[in-house]
Design a protein around this ligand. Sequence first.
Ligand code: ADP
Ligand code: ADP
Ligand code: MG
Length: 670
Amino acid sequence: MFKKILIANRGEIACRVAATARRMGIQTVAVYSDADASAKHVQACDEAVHVGGSAPKDSYLRWERILQAAKDTGAEAVHPGYGFLSENEDFAKACAAAGLVFIGPPASAILAMGLKAESKRLMESAGVPLVPGYHGADQDPALLQREADRIGYPALIKASAGGGGKGMRVVEKSEDFAAALASCKREATNSFGSDAVLIEKYVQRPRHIEIQVFGDTQGNCVYLFERDCSVQRRHQKVLEEAPAPGMTEALRAQMGAAAVAAAKAVNYVGAGTVEFIVEQTAYDQPESMRFFFMEMNTRLQVEHPVTEAITGLDLVEWQLRVASGESLPLRQDQLRIQGHAIEARICAENPDNNFLPATGTLQVYRKPQATSFERGTVRVDDGVREGDTISPFYDSMVAKLIVHGDTREQALARLDTALAQTHIVGLNTNVQFLRHVVRSNAFATAQLDTALIQREAVVLFKQETLGLPAAVAAVVAHTLHAEKALQGIDPFSRRDGWQSHGLAQRRFEFVWQDQPRSARLNYLHDGAVSLSLEGDDAASGVLSFAAHGEGLWVQWGSTPRCFSQIDWQGETAHIFTPQGATRITVLDPLAHAGEAAQEGGRLTAPMPGKVVSFAVKAGDKVKAGQPLAVMEAMKMEHTISAPQDGTVAELLYAPGDQVADGAELLKLAA
Ligand code: ADP
Ligand code: ADP
Ligand code: MG
């Protein structure tokens, strides 16, 4: 076994590979770009080498530099992860020439499977079923049009060198073909440097089902069952699961045998995935399922953890064993499926705006408690920490949640909970969108095909998982709770100020989904409060809350008690509950406590009003956030808190005084 390997990748996959290497006692070398100087993957490895600028072509794709790093650090092998250099046969060859083991298939297998058209010709001769189509070398547009007409519509034009869902056009009718071809060729040239295309019949109600294969240098090859990756957006995977719902033993054996035949046809070694497109006449008729070869990915796949979860195996360990010359750890008849696993890709993007990728800083990044690494019920694979930036240079994937259960139903429930426990503030993500998919009837009942997201658009897009009433109750409860904590006394039991000065009501103004909203809080004489939400969702009732860990139990009226956590981003409250999450903007900048009315270092009145009380006297030492004074204005009470540690120099007013907007209330010395 190797003593040291270099990981020629970044992000979650670099961390993933490093974790297994560490467990196996193998030293790891990271490479990193300028943007990744302090990235999680760098810290996950034993050594790290800077390889260049932030753009991939200046760093993670500079293979001479990466090979030099391997030599300089004494690494014996290179793990390419996925993307970047993983499917680059020149890189695989260069590794061998430099005396390094490429942890992947032979360069010849990468080459053979690298172009979709060529690999289809190869698969044809190996007897693997193909989608009806044209994958010839002749690229005459008139010929391509004739072929599409012969195959029938809808047809799919694919860039032969394509990948990552790019370079594909669905053509509905013959008249649209020429324009689609031209646009596909343009994209293919730009993205892949080649405009060669192939044409396929666009399979109806298509399901993407792929088979994980593994070969070794002794000529053994097994399949580790299937993954269903039908839930896609823009031809890219969103949710992946194993086993595939509705899969029969017979079909699995046939698809497994076809995948192994495909791998053997190219003398495959290591981890690979044979992707099939599966046709079905109806969702609940597995016997109608027919499969066709699409392409082979000659690397570890993003979604490999679902296979690990159902087999209890570590595929990176298998890769390392096979690359160091060992034979496969298990034979086909020793492999078993246990339970059901689902992976969700958490991406920085805006699902409601055509999944536009988003960038930004992970101001808050809370994740579900992982239960164990290999066969956890919940596993989180990521390459970022709170405070890290999702930059425009790389993939928009933030993390992968992988859940396992005895049944699909149990795995689904766990995924829903795990998504609820994933709190991200600072950039747009698809977390709430994923919850809608997971909770949708179509996904729950496995009505799977690659159009699921479009088909279910009405229930998936522009939806809130947490409604306005729950959001308002949470934000008001958290505000009251924060004030109570800051004042160090319970405002409800206070004899002075709070109630006895006659304040009975308080208004809260919000912006929710771009609409102004308001709520009224009434202080009841028994110390309780009641909250009324005005407008369309009008509701009212007694509001109560209790601290619990980092959040609050909140109950409003007759609604069930609900645990909620809030993270403030300026005036916007991000509310997270097990039921759902949402954000709401609180218009009064002082409505949530802890915010000091500070103007050029002076503690001033935020608006004209009356000084209710001072919580301090001259000479008191105070800590940042400690309440100094309470003001009442426009029927609302505001706590003025210390912006930093200091000593109270002088109180400039007395309780009961009327003050003007911007009046300095007290002097605080540093
Ligand atoms: P998987 O099939 O493992 O789900 P994808 O096809 O989504 O993986 O691709 C895995 C990673 O590799 C993604 O980061 C994707 O952006 C990248 N990728 C895939 N194909 C290409 C390609 N031809 N050129 C550049 N990046 C690619
Ligand atoms: P990539 O290299 O980008 O992963 P694939 O050939 O694997 O390209 O296709 C990506 C996705 O496009 C598939 O997962 C599937 O959803 C869809 N697709 C591909 N071929 C067909 C087809 N013939 N009919 C219907 N959908 C298809
Ligand atoms: Mg693919």
